[in-house]
Design a protein around this ligand. Structure first.
Ligand code: GAL
Length: 640
């Protein structure tokens, strides 16, 4: 399906004079692009009045693009309904938790549960897909745009009604719902499903099972919403691919991908991280890995190509070389195509500050020259990455159910992202896996404070360990069931047998105290919370250094299962040091150099302001080099 490397941009012909279109597409071709994405925000043009369709703007662009040999990905326009629709049917509007109704004036102001909205989405999708079904260069569809990007929750009447049906299907009887939610606590009992509603503002803490179900439900509404369009696209264009651009809150992307897409795509805006000075854009790797966890090959449908801004802010401009660096970072983590957002900066509208490849003047600039260079490299080399794929020995567990549970009870939550980022900086790249994935591909699996765990997961880990794999399970994992109720057993709950230990005493770290532990002669700091472990079948391999717990067990090991009885939110060194004992490890060459092995090759990505000494033959430039400049990239034959 993704059998050639795609390089291109998002193009909005409707934002420019009609007679500029051919010139623009010629220039897009001139940048070296073989693909454009269009059409995802133009419902009000396509259906100016109800039932009267006009796709001529996009159709002309598709036709001219075909002459130029440019492929097209079309977006369905359902993220921005036309005014006549929301005026006629206000029930399609989303409502905030405090009851505020969203209105026409921006985008994504609809809910996902109104049957009326779903019906109109189906109609516009069908009209659009039928119009383009015979266009050979329309290779794929993007459903909607960034589902849940702005409006992540909705509390309208149709959401309440859909939530009730969802709960009834899940629990069967109201008694079962009461039991699973523990509604006896604080007199929350219901006598019928008609009494239940989406969570509403409350003076005190909500019931965590109720909240978790609401987040699970929200994702199902997204999946249900997308599936309507999937069926239509498949019906008229069975050979075109269907994708969607993530990654946002309250969406189970694995389920969305499984049920609605051929593959998931990602929109990459590293400057948000730059602004927060987190890791010079390097932490985008986590989102890329999440996307890869849904589909091994994917597209970056929007890659930042300028200083993004939205009226109230303007992000930093990519430093010369950095757009190229981000492009190869996408590739290093699994992308087989990159489209830049956007061809030219809009002169008007809410995103007139969102700079694309060309500025408002539409003339050549530093970024367009850089991007032309990247396109020329990838037209030569891109296909090489279709077969040379990242493959990693380490996996970190995460799943959507735990993400919901973590939001409902945010005290003890997964550290997957933090651990991933810290390991990435130390040259350990990880895949993100959940229960349905193949565990046997890995040497080490980390269960990073995963509170909700099932017997099935325990069984899979047991088999993984029996096959020689190593598991690192950290504090408070396994203590809850799927209703996010605590298990009536000592931590680590369902993992007690697997870890061969039980927690005897625990505490959050008092503000005036510090705690550390010693493992293999090295001292590490604990953060936030720690447990005194009572090894049952396990050995104590790490002990605390201070206070009441001095010399008591901090890390236990039973066969190949480590249990870490603490949080370490400031450093993931303990994970790294255990992992090093179980994989072939190589030290990073420099702190800001990301090194990713891909099949027969290694990609080097310099995220730092300093050049990094490295003698090698760079395949991209086809020259011998002594160093990689700041924000530079090199591709070499793999030596490891
Ligand atoms: C994405 C979105 C685009 C555009 C871009 C820049 O999140 O899909 O439509 O808004 O950001 O803000």
């Amino acid at each position: 399906m993704l059998n050639k490397f795609l390089i291109g941009c998002c193009y909005y012909p409707e934002h420019w004079e009609r007679n500029e279109m051919e010139r623009d597409l010629d220039r897009i071709k001139g940048l070296g692009f073989n693909c454009i994405r269009m059409g995802e925000f133009s419902w009000s043009i396509y259906e100016r009045t109800e039932g009267e369709y006009d796709f001529s703007i996009i159709a002309e662009a598709v036709e001219y693009a075909e002459k130029l040999g440019i492929d097209v990905i079309l977006g369905t326009p359902t993220a921005a309904p036309p005014k006549w629709l929301t005026d006629k049917y206000p029930e399609v509007l989303a409502k905030a938790k405090d009851g505020t109704l969203m209105h026409h004036g921006s985008r994504q102001h609809h809910n996902h549960t109104s049957e009326i909205y779903l019906k109109y989405c189906a109609k516009i999708t069908e009209a659009m897909v039928k119009r383009f079904a015979k266009c050979k260069n329309v290779i794929g569809w993007q459903i909607d745009n960034e589902l849940n990007c702005h409006r992540k929750e909705s509390y309208s009447e149709t959401d309440d009604a859909a939530f009730r049906i969802w709960l009834e299907q899940k629990y069967g009887t109201i008694e079962e719902l009461n039991r699973c939610w523990g509604t006896v606590f604080w007199s929350l009992d219901f006598v019928s499903f008609s009494q239940v509603h989406c969570p509403r503002p409350n003076p005190a803490h909500d019931n965590p099972s109720w909240l978790t179900d609401y987040y699970l439900f929200l994702s199902d509404t997204v999946v249900g919403f997308a599936s309507v369009q999937t069926k239509i696209i498949k019906k008229y264009m069975p050979d075109a691919f269907i994708t969607h651009n993530g990654y946002f809150e309250n969406v189970d992307y694995k389920k969305l991908t499984r049920e609605c897409l051929d593959f998931l795509s990602f929109d990459s805006y590293p400057a948000f991280q730059e602004k927060n000075q987190k890791a010079l854009g390097r932490c985008v790797a986590y989102r890329l890995a999440q996307t890869r966890s849904c589909t091994e090959k994917y597209l970056v449908l929007e890659q930042q190509s300028g200083p993004g801004g939205q009226l109230s802010y303007l992000l930093p401009t990519p430093i010369p070389g950095q757009i190229r660096l981000w492009t190869y970072q996408d590739i290093a983590h699994g992308a087989t195509g990159v489209l830049y957002f956007r061809y030219r900066t809009a002169l008007f509208g809410a995103e007139q500050l969102w700079y694309g490849i060309y500025d408002h003047d539409g003339k050549e600039n530093y970024r367009s020259r850089e991007i032309r260079g990247i396109a020329s490299e990838l037209n030569r080399l891109g296909d090489l990455f279709l077969n040379n794929r990242p493959k990693h020995d380490v996996a970190i567990y995460y799943d959507y159910h735990n993400t919901c549970a973590d939001k409902a009870e945010s005290f003890a939550k997964s550290d997957a992202r933090f651990i991933f980022g810290e390991l990435n900086k130390k040259n350990v790249h990880a895949d993100l896996i959940s229960e349905d994935d193949d565990f046997k591909k890995y040497k080490v699996i980390i269960i990073p404070h995963i509170t909700v765990a099932t017997e099935e997961l325990v069984q899979k880990l047991k088999e993984f360990n029996e096959g020689g794999g190593t598991t690192i399970i950290s504090a408070r994992s396994g203590v809850k069931d799927k209703n996010v109720r605590y298990r009536p057993s000592k931590a680590p709950g369902i993992f007690r047998n697997l870890t061969g230990c039980a927690v005897d005493w625990f505490t959050t770290l008092p503000a005036h105290e510090s705690q550390s532990f010693i493992y293999n002669g090295k001292t590490y700091a604990v953060s936030d919370y720690y447990e005194m472990i009572a090894p049952e079948k396990a050995d104590a391999v790490g002990v605390y250094t201070d206070g009441f717990c001095k010399d008591k067990c901090a890390i236990s090991r039973y066969n190949n299962v480590y249990y870490l009885g603490f949080y370490s939110n400031t450093s993931a060194d303990i994970y790294l040091d255990i992992i090093k004992q179980h994989i072939d490890y190589r030290e990073p060459i420099a702190p800001n150099l990301e090194e990713v092995d891909m099949g027969e090759y290694t990609l080097y990505l310099n995220h730092g302001y300093e050049s990094v000494d490295l003698k090698c033959h760079d395949i991209i430039k086809d020259e011998d080099i002594d160093s990689i400049p700041p924000f530079g990239v090199a591709l070499t034959k793999r030596e490891w």
